[in-house]
Ligand binder design. Structure first.
Ligand SMILES: [Zn+2]
Length: 380
């Protein structure tokens, strides 16, 4: 996530803090100051930092269970509205998603129970005190906050945890994309509710509502796209008629092919070996910087991923965009047999969407081409 700073790693997962989180800390410190000067200001900051420590534990709860099911957790980022765990290849079996989603709120419930055990029971907060004034009252405030975190996250506003639980339960009886569409629709209705309630009470709720609305829409779209790609293999959509480049070729050679052959992405071969890829963005950047005389060997990406014709596109779908590689060489037993680009997949999706919609008698709506990464949304 842009504008975030690294805070360390847990189980290999980078923990990051969004810069806007510092604004929240400053705001809280100032609020504390207006209550009772420096003393109150420090306790207010201590409360927020320990609360967000609980949010990180919540995200790590999701992450640990997801990793046990083979997911790759890219990062956990702290935002002023809560934490976000970015995951790739999250397990989609309904019971796995159920366990991953429920793990976060369970962590908060466990923290609350542990703190209550230490404090010898539940202590209601004094309504007069805005911020804690001792370690004991800080612990009591955290008990309350963790109970609220667990309960709030279980509201079925997809893609919040409760919404994911709902989707996974629906997916036991319905196709995955149908279950997602229903959960996302309910998520968006609840998101509008959050915004309306937030406008009257708490601006953070407005931000969370907008975030959920957009996230629900984007995840629903990703799932629909992936369902269109089910049973489609790389070999079905790859380009088989293409020109290769040599490292000594120049960007001018790319341009010739762009104009005369409409080929915009290339692989580079040297003595029969695949040594690099050049996507449209690469030669466009080179044109900006050094002109058409720049050699292909200087601009090609030397680290790239190749795919095989039998790879299912649904498995590649997110990597295609997130790796920003633009073009993927397709090899069969070490031999180059095709090229796969994000445009090829977008074109296929557009045709499929039109065919499906015309079957349903509805107007065709071509899909956008940018899938979202999957994440969990949590309140802080
Ligand atoms: Zn969560």
């Amino acid at each position: 996530m842009k504008w975030s700073i690294p805070m360390g790693r847990v189980w290999g997962i980078p923990i990051r803090m969004h810069l806007t989180f510092i604004l929240l800390l400053l705001w809280i410190a100032w609020l504390g100051w207006t209550v009772d000067g420096l003393h109150s200001s420090l306790w207010a900051v201590a409360l927020i930092i320990s609360l967000f420590f609980c949010v990180v534990l919540h995200e790590l709860g999701h992450s640990l269970v997801a990793m046990r099911f083979g997911a790759h957790v890219q990062s956990v980022t702290l935002l002023p509205i809560g934490g976000v765990a970015s995951m790739r290849s999250i397990p989609e079996k309904p019971y796995q998603e159920l366990l991953v989603s429920i793990a976060g709120p369970c962590v908060n419930a466990a923290i609350a129970l542990a703190l209550m055990a230490v404090r010898g029971g539940y202590h209601a907060l004094d309504e007069q005190t805005v911020f804690p004034t001792s370690v004991g009252s800080l612990a009591d405030a955290l008990v309350n906050a963790n109970l609220i975190l667990a309960a709030f996250n279980l509201i079925p506003a997809f893609p919040m945890d409760g919404g994911r639980v709902l989707r996974s339960v629906l997916a036991l009886f319905l196709p995955f994309s149908r279950a997602t569409a229903l959960a996302a629709a309910l998520g968006q209705i609840l998101a509008v509710g959050f915004v309306l309630v937030g406008l009257m009470t708490n601006p953070f709720l407005v931000v969370i509502g907008v975030f959920i609305f957009i996230a629900a829409q984007s995840e629903d779209k990703t799932v629909r796209m992936k369902s269109l790609l089910r049973d489609v293999l790389v070999g079905d959509v790859m380009v088989t008629d293409f020109v290769n480049l040599h490292p000594d070729d120049t960007v001018a050679r790319c341009l010739e092919n762009v104009y005369h052959r409409k080929q915009e992405d290339f692989v580079v071969e040297f003595e029969g070996r695949l040594v690099g890829v050049v996507a449209r963005k690469d030669w466009l950047d080179a044109l900006h910087r050094g002109g058409a005389g720049t050699s292909v060997g200087d601009i090609m990406r030397k680290h790239f991923i190749s795919v095989v014709p039998k790879t299912p596109l649904s498995r590649l779908y997110q990597d295609l965009w997130h790796l920003k590689q633009g073009v993927f060489p397709v090899t069969d037993e070490g031999k180059l047999v095709g090229l796969l680009t994000t445009e090829d997949v977008s074109r296929y999706l557009m045709v499929q969407a039109i065919q499906q919609n015309s079957k349903a008698g509805a107007h065709a709506r071509p899909p956008g081409d940018q899938p979202s990464s999957r994440f969990t949304v949590d309140l802080g």
